[in-house]
Design a protein around this ligand. Structure first.
Ligand SMILES: [Zn+2]
Length: 83
């Protein structure tokens, strides 16, 4: 009951780190968040941490942080300097 039940399609997908996600889609069958790589491959996104994976919102943040951390950090520093 505690684990997410994957559909057959998602079950067959490989699992990769959130850092490879360039786009996130949601499986219409089992509602699992799937990552799409820059090459267009679909895969299950490995949980970055148990805390982040505890909610969909946290998982989304983890995914965004995975591929956009550098840009967000740079933007934040720039904003901080401008203020
Ligand atoms: Zn699925």
């Amino acid at each position: 009951m505690s684990t997410i039940t994957l559909c057959a399609f998602c079950e067959s997908l490989p699992e990769r780190s959130p850092g490879q996600v360039v786009k996130t889609i949601r499986c219409p069958l089992c509602k699992t968040d799937l990552g799409v790589s820059s090459a267009g491959d679909k895969f299950r996104v490995a949980a970055a941490g148990s805390a982040a994976a505890s909610s969909g919102h946290g998982a989304l943040i983890a995914v965004v942080a995975g591929f956009g951390a550098a840009a967000v950090f740079a933007g934040g520093v720039l904003l901080a300097m401008m203020w």
